[in-house]
Design a binder for this molecule. Structure first.
Ligand SMILES: [Zn+2]
Length: 89
């Protein structure tokens, strides 16, 4: 939900930057993966078929970001997004 304010130290919810599918890092699963990775971020394979980068920024906000998507990947994501919107999943 846009405009919602989270009052906590760390924001653990994030979404796929391609399709907007919601995720929650409530068991620090992705945080652990970030910490183990030298680059400080990890990659997540979304149900829409795309891989996206995931990182906690310096203020403790969970953040999903695109990894140089191809045209094909964006089309796939847009299709998935439309399914999400119409609740067909
Ligand atoms: Zn996705």
């Amino acid at each position: 939900m846009k405009g919602l304010v989270h009052i906590s130290f760390a924001k653990i919810d994030f979404e796929c930057p391609y399709c907007g599918l919601k995720y929650e890092d409530n068991e620090d699963k992705y945080l652990d993966r970030c910490n183990k990775n030298k680059s400080g971020y990890t990659k997540i394979k979304c149900k829409c078929g795309n891989r996206f980068g995931f990182v906690y920024d310096i203020t403790g906000q969970a953040l999903g970001f695109m990894l140089n998507p191809s045209k094909e990947e964006q089309d796939k994501a847009n299709y998935f997004k439309s399914l999400l919107k119409s609740n067909q999943l």
